[in-house]
Design a protein around this ligand. Structure first.
Ligand code: PEP
Ligand code: MG
Length: 583
């Protein structure tokens, strides 16, 4: 029976291809005693499993070395050394000799070892826990004869739909676009970072499928429709031909949008809107520069760190930022300092937090680690000589944070001067307005900064107290909630009254109805994922801001998000007459 799984559309495009199911969890092991006569055979089974795991890890390491570099490949060296450690091997063998099966013995020793490392006072050992978990999964997979889900074997051109619970940092390193054509996850929402990353990579994606990993099998053919958020299993012939027809239709639409992309975003009543691009990965800079964007409104620098074991040094960062600044030749480029934490983590070594989105994240982490922060700041001040660079501070909730950051920027500049390194000391500094605190305190913050960049992904999450990545709450994550609209309006009015530039760089800016609402609230700068640039220009060019203002005023007075959406949709559809709208 064909079936349709409904998820959340996260990145547009239609792919027909085989599922590659990736389950990355430690399998459950039953406690099975063995006959003493079988002990030697079990020890032999263990040795074979270790040898096969080592071989496997070498293959993965070699692939990571080619795809991501030596620092990433080192993760797998560490894992190889765990299975190669003679002490560790003999501890497992000792447990087998107490008449336990190889899998049970290995499981027990591994759990002890993980517990021991996790409680260690030494950060180095705590950092190894994620490696132990990976080895735990790999060895048990071999011993228990389970299917190996590692994407390492996928041949180039496999056109696979990667189905997994969530995209973890160590998986991110392995995402090979030459074999993976689309992503489907149980977890996530449109605003979660897996969705943002998929859009950056240009991979169609459906997230928030809840139980896709339970319902799908590797190898089965599916249709993934990232535009409507549907995954069709066991497609019928009719569904396959419809998917292929829709693929063709999307190509035609893309060609029409490409014509709009190069035009200016000026509304029918003559208001000019600046459309910028969000850049998440430095490699994306060239294609983002071709999207029709007039600059970069948000570069998420933390993606230089996610999935890695080490922090990039000053020169590596300089090169990454310079790549983007050069690609946008002279146009404004807003680079945000590391927003690490929450769901964007390096591999290993990050303190486990009960509430990561309310935890040690973004500017908090940077201010607490001045050496790490100043390395980034020095790279930014140097790169500012290459173009119109601006520095943006994430998750600011107090004026103090801006002042402390300014002090560190001054120190970074003094350090460069002392080293005789050319740089620009007076780079404009702005903040992300992504908490209700920042929106309410905008008046005070405006005195200390040159621009506000409203990060609606977090602003919605913190205003409505709804986790942006929790698929079970996706229907409650409503950016058009009147409370959110009012906070945006407040921030925009304060910015305009104080001569501070203001724009929106959250995902709201990429969605037709929401972009229309933002323009109605007075926003004149939108930073969107490169694939959305043309469609947002289409909206601006097709509408009058006076109509958007009326609609937004009415939406702000609505009692619910659904009511606000209804008001805005009706007005947008009546205003912009285009088959390309998809409102
Ligand atoms: C936001 O919160 O809206 C934002 C742009 O930042 P991020 O999505 O990286 O948290
Ligand atoms: Mg944010």
């Amino acid at each position: 029976m064909p079936s349709k799984l409904k998820g959340i559309p996260a990145s547009p495009g239609i792919v027909v291809g085989p599922v590659h199911l990736l389950r990355w969890e430690v399998p459950e092991v039953e406690t099975t005693g063995i006959d003493p006569a079988d002990v030697d055979a079990e020890v032999e089974r263990l040795r074979i499993a270790f040898a096969r795991t080592t071989e496997r890890l070498r293959t993965v390491r070699d692939r990571a070395l080619k795809a991501a570099g030596a620092a990433e490949a080192a993760i797998f060296e560490v894992q190889i050394s765990i299975v190669d450690d003679p002490d560790f091997v003999s501890r497992v063998e000792d447990v087998i000799r107490q008449n336990f099966s190889a899998e049970r013995a290995f499981d027990v020793v591994m759990l002890e070892q993980r517990d021991h490392f996790a409680r260690s006072p030494h950060a180095m050992l705590r950092e190894r826990v994620s490696d132990l978990i990976d080895v735990h999964i790999r060895v048990l997979t071999v011993l228990m004869g389970l299917e190996d889900h590692d994407p390492v074997d996928l041949p180039k051109g496999a056109n696979a739909v990667l189905v997994t619970h969530d995209l973890t940092p160590s998986l991110t390193v392995q995402l090979d676009r030459e074999c993976i054509a689309a992503i489907a996850t149980d977890a996530g929402t449109r605003a979660s970072h897996v969705a943002i990353l998929a859009r950056s990579l240009g991979l169609p994606a459906v997230v928030g499928l809840l139980d896709a990993t339970e319902r799908l099998r590797s190898g089965e053919q599916v249709i993934l429709d990232g535009t409507s958020g549907i995954l069709i299993t066991k497609p019928t012939r009719a569904e396959l031909s419809e998917a292929i027809a829709r693929q063709k239709q999307e190509k035609v639409e893309d060609a029409a949008l490409a014509q709009i992309a190069v035009q200016d975003a000026v509304s029918r009543d003559g208001q000019r809107v600046e459309i910028l691009a969000n850049v998440d990965l430095p490699d994306e800079a060239e294609s983002a520069a071709q999207s029709g964007a007039q600059g970069v409104g948000l570069m998420r620098t933390e993606f230089l760190v996610v999935g890695r074991t080490t922090m990039p040094d000053e020169d590596e960062q300089y090169e990454a930022y310079a790549n983007v600044v050069r690609a946008f030749a002279g146009k404004p480029v807003v680079i945000r300092t590391f927003d690490i934490g929450g769901d964007k983590l390096p591999v290993g070594g990050w303190p486990a937090e009960p509430n990561p989105f309310l935890g040690w994240r973004a500017i908090r982490m940077c201010l607490d680690q001045p050496a790490l922060f100043k390395t980034q700041l020095r790279a930014l001040l140097r790169v500012a000589l290459l173009g119109d660079v601006r520095i943006n501070l994430p998750l600011v909730v107090t004026v103090d944070e801006v002042r402390q950051a300014r002090l560190l920027i001054a120190e970074a500049s003094a350090e460069l001067t002392e080293r005789g390194v050319a740089h620009r000391a007076d780079v404009p500094i702005g903040i992300m307005v992504e908490t209700p605190a920042a929106a309410v305190l905008a008046e005070s913050l405006a005195k200390d900064v040159s621009f506000f960049s409203i990060g609606t992904n977090d602003l919605v999450q913190y205003t409505l107290a709804v986790d942006r990545g929790n698929a079970a709450l996706a229907s409650r994550y409503t950016p058009l909630h009147p409370a959110v609209l009012r906070l945006i309006k407040m921030t925009c009015d304060v910015a305009n009254a104080n001569g501070v530039a203001v724009g929106v760089c959250g995902e709201m800016a990429s969605e037709p109805i929401m972009a229309f609402a933002l323009l109605g609230l007075g926003i004149r700068q939108l930073s969107v994922s490169p694939i959305a640039v043309a469609r947002v220009k289409l909206i601006v060019r097709g509408m009058r801001t006076s109509v958007a203002t009326d609609a937004a005023n009415e939406a702000m007075r609505a009692a619910t998000a659904a009511e606000a959406e209804q008001i805005l949709r009706a007005r947008l559809v009546a205003e912009v007459d285009s088959v390309l709208l998809h409102a």
